[in-house]
Write a new protein. Sequence first.
Length: 365
Amino acid sequence: MRSRRPRRVGLLTGGGDCPGLNAVIRAASRTAFLLGWEVWGIEDGFDGLLTRNVRRLTVRDVRGILQLGGTILGTTNRHNPFCYPVRRRGVMVESDRSRQVMKNYRALGLDAVIAIGGDGTLGIAERFSRLGMQIVGVPKTIDNDIASTVVTFGFDTAVSTATDALDKLHTTAESHKRVMVVEVMGRYAGWIALHSGVAGGADVILIPEIPFDVSKVCEAVLARERAGSEFSIIVVAEGALARRGRRVLRERKQAGRAARLGGVAEWLAGQIARRTGKETRSLVLGHLQRGGQPSSFDRILGTRFGAAAVRLVAEERYGTMVALDPPRVLAVPLAEAVGQGRMKKVPLDSDIVQSARDMGIGFGD
């Protein structure tokens, strides 16, 4: 580190919560404290800068939080300062509040901000960087869809949670000779579905990268029955898309928030039951994948990312994001990691996809 002069650094967590967030907060705070810096927690993501809802963190605040899920700073995925939802004449519209955020950033005397979040939060961070905010990003998402980093913390814990659920579902599915369709998170990337499906012994895995044919899924179920296996486990990513079909949504895009995916498992279970005559059930794991204690891998990765972010602040390497490039944690430009077309999706020629196919796992194509 080049600089040890006193600094005032802000920390925020944005977007969906994720196992390992508190590990980052703890590591960044402890590293900054040893440099003699002030650390200010910004509540509820960039909302805290908009409303000046901040508090100074102490050693006591970050003690004992390594193993805790969630985030002690709170978070939100609804309020983008560049298109902030406001009500005008009874209608919700989007308003640009970025100038107020920049004004508050300067008024609070912050030398830098460490923004911990997914592609939405980091996309906002990149825009504020262009406006002059001295900012460093830390990639966070259970979806593992951020470019420029091999993996994000939270992903390992989410996969473990989904795998544990699949282990439990095998016994009830086999006992009742049912088809179980399990919907997992991941948005428009199939990493959680693919990894948990392989680890949990799924028979069919449906991911957004491979549009599926319902008839092929039904054929796989009936083929298993003919072979003597009268139950099937199907894992489907929430963003999976049937050929010539529309993506299933829980909620369409509204002012200040993106569309909510979900419901594909229930839809698919109905299709399978109608076409095969098999008793079929659907299950949505939902926010179970976000909660609970982070795995040891996510605790370590979060710790490495938090300490590395402070190093980048000390080196005044702003407008960057920490990223894992094993065995190193390095800095990459925010602009290269986020934005339109930057989402990291499952490569169709990847070894794990090929290995799953080699074992007879279907992808509905």
